[in-house]
Design a protein around this ligand. Structure first.
Ligand code: ARG
Length: 279
């Protein structure tokens, strides 16, 4: 009887202490929230470490950067971006989770904390830099048009494509390049490059614009399509980097360190190896 009472008092005290600590906890959370953007972002490296997991967003329609592959009867996302992410997770000593989504939704997912970083062959454009931070560039490439076999020799300039249907990925820089050069009515924007390739084969678009390695591997693996070699589309931003929330200097240093340690030769090799995994 006495013991139960003591216990009760004990529990009562405990509950009291807990609610006090909850209140004080609440207030610290609140004050943290008020300067969330900078405080949380500057500690995004710590946040990843403390949850023991790096969550990345990608758009797995872009071999050799990222794509789906059946490994031991299971669907997996592979590619050299994913290999870099794996290395980074290893360097941090955390697990890796890959979320596949439309390219167009990646930066929104980043800003709403659905993912910690974006590994998606993303070009660090000035416009994107207003909203997110980027790692150093780890790969550069120009762009090429993919067309139906036989058409590749007929095209040597943008003018030769005028009046044709141009397929581009929604939200990509290729979409911007298309908008700068063609009538809006002639541009078809889709979420996935894989669907654009299907549309090309099914005569729903006449040309698809993508980064050179992507054009090359798609042409190699799909019959009936070819790459226009004589029309090289350059862009001033030319290259890809990893995106993270704005003002994440520690996270940026850490990923840049992984990129540097891997080195360009190794990354180029990873891209080549990824090509060999494409079905
Ligand atoms: N580099 C281009 C861009 O940043 C296209 C990237 C497409 N990436 C992908 N995973 N589908 O807009």
């Amino acid at each position: 009887m006495k013991r139960t009472l003591l216990k009760r008092i004990g529990i009562g005290i405990l509950v009291g202490v807990m609610s006090i600590s909850l209140i004080s906890c609440g207030s610290t959370t609140d004050s943290k929230k008020s300067n969330d953007t900078s405080a949380a972002a500057s500690s995004s490296l710590e946040a990843i470490k403390s949850k023991g997991k790096l969550v990345i967003g990608t758009s797995a329609d872009y071999p050799p950067y990222e794509f789906h592959k059946e490994v031991d009867g299971k669907d997996e996302i592979v590619g050299f971006d994913i290999d870099i992410a794996k290395q980074f997770a290893k360097d941090l000593g955390v697990e890796l989770e890959v979320k596949d989504m439309a390219f167009d939704g990646l930066l929104v997912a980043l800003q709403s904390d659905k993912v910690d970083m974006v590994f998606a062959g993303m070009t660090p454009t000035e416009e994107r830099k207003q909203n997110v931070d980027f790692s150093d560039m780890y790969y550069t490439a120009t762009h090429r048009f993919i067309v139906r076999s036989g058409d590749e020799t007929k095209i040597t300039s943008m003018d030769d494509l005028k009046g044709k249907k141009i397929g581009v990925q929604k939200g990509s820089i290729q979409e911007g390049i298309a908008k700068d050069n063609f009538d809006a009515a002639d541009i078809k924007s889709l979420d996935k490059v894989t669907d654009l390739i299907l549309d090309l084969k099914n005569n729903k678009v006449d040309a698809v614009l993508a980064e050179l390695p992507v054009a090359e591997i798609n042409v190699e693996k799909n019959s009936g399509i070819a790459m226009v070699k004589d029309l090289v589309v350059k862009d001033p931003d030319g290259g890809v980097a990893i995106a993270m929330k704005k003002d994440s200097p520690e996270l940026r240093d850490a990923i840049n360190n992984t990129i540097k340690t891997l080195g360009q030769d190794k990354i180029n090799q990873m891209a080549k190896d990824a090509n060999n995994l494409v079905e």
